[in-house]
Design a protein around this ligand. Structure first.
Ligand code: PLP
Length: 443
């Protein structure tokens, strides 16, 4: 007999097994997309829900050239031999040199760890710094208690919700909602609420964020740093969309070097998601246990992609590719997608877009009582289009009432023609869902 959480697999799972066998809400949607498209293979499907970065031809060609050069020069050393768990020494040195020069940091190799994707590194950090048997004692009783991964500003990346090895191990803080003009809004950190979460073992935030594009400003960063220092816990800032690469924030922000900040970087949105490479930069006391964990679970990250990144950093070619191709691509895309949405969405309905601050997505909020993100998802699916319902990005503890069912994530990376058609379809579906549309009030 399987454990209740074994989903009928006929296998007995441990508590950790039950937890890790769960499928997050977003994975359920991805599965649903797979099932729907496989069931109707001849049908033309549009997918504005994808999390893939755009394939920008000149960027893909540049990575391909680096791959060819790396394979030619270092295939035997990188692919035919095991290497150190911290990462390929050449890449560790290149990272140290790059960040010290570019941001006037003073880091040493023991501040760096390279892993197979930033998702894995975030998972390891969560397992290392949060959960049961923490050393945090309750001041009143002296008893130790479980600590959580705290997402201080939700909605945030759904991938974080699978990071805890125990149920309830990932929590979110509800943000404040600031309306801006007629059609824009912004989530703002509720610093007082975040400060009250003394169960936090690690703060985790993406900036610019997936899904909203929200970027941590200096004030919010300062507040989070204060909390991290007061509790003596790490603040993991996930720069998957940030600087120095892929640099798809509207206003670039230098990564922050601080005794309590773990900086997470990824190569995925710079065009190489399939190669799985990310790295962390933080104080040695955080990095060293992560290196050991990595050694235990996977020995080390694949090495030929590490050699490629080392080349890209040593030559600084990555900076020119980012500046000439990646940053402008996403800046133009955002302007285009927002313009299309503004033109297409019905003027008589209360919709707003999250302030444009960066990232790969546009976050639409339909502030109407009757609007439901999953109902919209189902309607659009029946018409051959996928978007991502927003509710999955709100973690436990941060549901924000009806607002969390009124948002949709739209990806900016599909072809422009698909975006145009898809956005028209979204606008039409919103009109069709509006009970007042029958009376011909809109459009
Ligand atoms: N962090 C954020 C905010 C993301 O959106 C994603 C992927 O979509 C990841 C991390 C995963 O990055 P990686 O491919 O480096 O594991």
């Amino acid at each position: 007999m399987g454990h209740p959480g074994s989903a009928g697999l006929g296998v007995s799972l441990s508590d950790v097994g039950v937890q890790m066998a769960q499928m997050s809400g977003l994975r359920g949607i991805m599965e649903d997309i797979g099932v729907a498209t496989t069931a109707a293979p001849g049908r033309r499907w549009l997918n504005l829900g994808v999390g893939n970065p755009a394939v920008i031809p000149e960027v893909a060609e540049w990575w391909q050239r680096l791959a060819a050069e790396s394979l030619r020069d270092s295939f035997v050393d990188t692919s035919c031999r095991y290497g150190p768990s911290r990462g390929l020494p050449r890449l560790v040195d290149a990272i140290v040199d790059y960040f010290n020069r570019r941001y006037s940091w003073n880091i040493e190799p023991d501040s760096v760890v390279i892993g197979p994707g930033s998702q894995m590194l975030c998972f390891i950090a969560a397992a290392m710094f949060t959960g049961p048997s923490g050393t945090r004692s309750d001041s009143a009783s002296g008893a130790t208690r479980d600590t959580t991964v705290l997402m201080p500003l939700t909605p945030d990346y759904t991938g974080y919700q699978g990071l805890a090895l125990t149920a309830g191990g990932v929590q979110g803080v509800e943000p404040l909602l600031h309306l801006e003009g007629d059609r824009s809004f912004r989530y703002v950190l509720d610093a007082a609420a975040a400060r009250g979460r003394t169960d936090a073992g690690m703060l985790l935030v993406s900036s610019p964020s997936n899904p909203t594009g929200h970027r941590l400003d200096a004030e919010a960063t300062g507040e989070l740093l204060e909390i991290a220092h007061a509790l003596d816990i790490p603040l993991l800032i996930d720069q998957a969309y940030g600087d120095p690469f892929p640099s798809i924030a509207i206003t670039p922000t230098d990564p922050l070097r601080d005794s309590h900040v773990i900086n997470s970087f990824s190569l995925s949105k710079a065009g190489m998601p399939g190669e799985r490479l990310g790295f962390l930069v933080a104080d040695e006391r955080f990095v060293t246990p992560i290196v050991s964990f990595l050694a235990n679970v996977t020995l080390h990250a694949p090495q030929s992609i590490q050699a490629m990144l080392a080349r890209a950093l040593e030559t600084h070619e990555i900076d020119s590719v980012v500046a000439s191709s990646i940053t402008p691509f996403y800046r133009e895309r955002r302007a285009l997608v927002e313009k299309m949405l503004v033109q297409a969405l019905p003027s008589g309905i209360a919709w707003r877009l999250h302030a444009s601050e960066g990232g790969m997505f546009v976050w639409l909020w339909v502030d109407e009582e009757w609007f439901d993100d999953v109902v919209l998802y189902e309607l659009l699916k029946s018409r051959g289009l996928f978007v991502v319902p927003g509710r999955h990005f709100f973690a436990a503890g941060s549901r924000l009432g009806r607002h969390s069912r009124q948002c949709v994530r739209i990806s900016m990376t599909p072809d422009v023609d698909d975006l145009r058609t898809g956005i028209e379809m979204i606008a039409q579906a919103v009109v069709d869902l509006d009970p007042a549309s029958v009376a011909g009030r809109h459009r």
